[in-house]
Design a binder for this molecule. Structure first.
Ligand SMILES: Nc1ncnc2c1ncn2[C@@H]1O[C@H](COP(=O)(O)OP(=O)(O)O)[C@@H](O)[C@H]1O
Ligand SMILES: CC(=O)N[C@@H](CCC(=O)OP(=O)(O)O)C(=O)O
Length: 259
């Protein structure tokens, strides 16, 4: 099977103009088939604040009220997505900016209310991802660039965590490509000491994940990221790596494996 790199960049990189530009320059130079997924939670929080809309998070997920879905749509699908696509064009990487509504690429379902009402948050309908359209873009050397917006096929846009979008696309395309899923952020990998960028844990398995989590070494946004990573491996993704956005093409970072 052909090789496909699915790369996700997180909010702290997107919020740093120089880091983002440098990352996009490196990304454009990656040979072969690739897809980019971006977050932008930090900027959405700033925009909400400027508009006087309160931000509420629960376990790393944004509670998305009626005003907030408008803010995140404008911020992720508009401002951030189009800036990234324009920058990639500058570096001769032909990219197309997408939400899950475009081409019905990522249908999702509004998260059912249980203990928490997340509002307009979407859980991806994994078996309905439009993989054939994605394959078409990739085969024409057009690089899909996804933001964190999906839709319910009934006219409602929904907010979906970007790490989850990356893992879900990786899982569905692993049936037709040999997929590497690479989570890029501002640190050198998963760290044994969050304040020491040299303390990268080289390998994480489900077994040491439970231990690191119970010791509080792995916390916050890293917990759902690793759950997404194990899920992707269970569904046939070849490799999952968590690493610094500055070093996308070397072999640094944390490798997530099944054992
Ligand atoms: N052991 C750890 N090593 C590295 N980062 C960690 C660790 N534990 C928690 N984190 C936090 O996880 C965050 C990355 O996850 P997330 O919030 O999803 O960010 P992003 O969307 O930028 O990838 C880091 O910014 C860091 O604050
Ligand atoms: C439902 C939900 O939480 N959606 C995320 C989508 C953006 C995202 O994932 O951004 P980062 O990768 O920068 O964190 C949010 O609005 O924060």
């Amino acid at each position: 099977m052909e090789q496909l790199k699915i790369i996700k960049i997180g909010g702290n990189i997107i919020d740093d103009e120089n880091a983002l530009e440098s990352f996009l320059n490196d990304f454009s130079k990656i040979h072969g088939k690739k897809i980019l997924i971006h977050g932008g939670g930090k900027i959405a929080t700033k925009v909400s604040q400027a508009l006087g809309i309160q931000t509420q998070m629960h376990e790393g997920r944004r509670i998305t009220c009626k005003d907030t879905i408008d803010v995140v749509t404008m911020t992720y699908a508009g401002l951030i997505n189009k800036k990234i696509v324009a920058e990639l064009q500058k570096y001769d990487c032909n990219a197309i900016g997408l939400t899950g509504a475009d081409g019905n690429l990522i249908p999702s379902i509004k998260r059912p209310v249980k203990d928490i009402d997340y509002g307009f948050v979407g859980d991806v309908k994994e078996d309905k991802i439009n993989t054939s359209l994605l394959q078409l873009f990739i085969s024409k050397e057009i690089c899909p660039v996804f933001c964190a917006i999906t839709h319910d096929e009934n006219g409602q846009l929904l907010n979906t965590n970007a790490d989850t979008i990356a893992a879900t696309i990786a899982k569905s395309l692993s049936k037709v490509y040999n997929v590497d899923l690479i989570y890029c952020f501002e640190k050198n990998g998963v760290l044994a000491d969050i304040n020491d960028n040299n303390s990268v844990i080289k390998n994480i398995t489900p077994e040491n994940f439970d231990k690191l989590k119970s010791e509080g070494i792995i916390a916050n946004g890293m917990i759902p990221k690793l759950s997404n990573a194990f899920d992707a491996l269970d569904y046939g993704v070849n490799r999952v790596i968590i690493k610094n956005a500055q070093y996308i093409s070397d072999d640094s970072g944390t490798f997530i494996t099944q054992n």
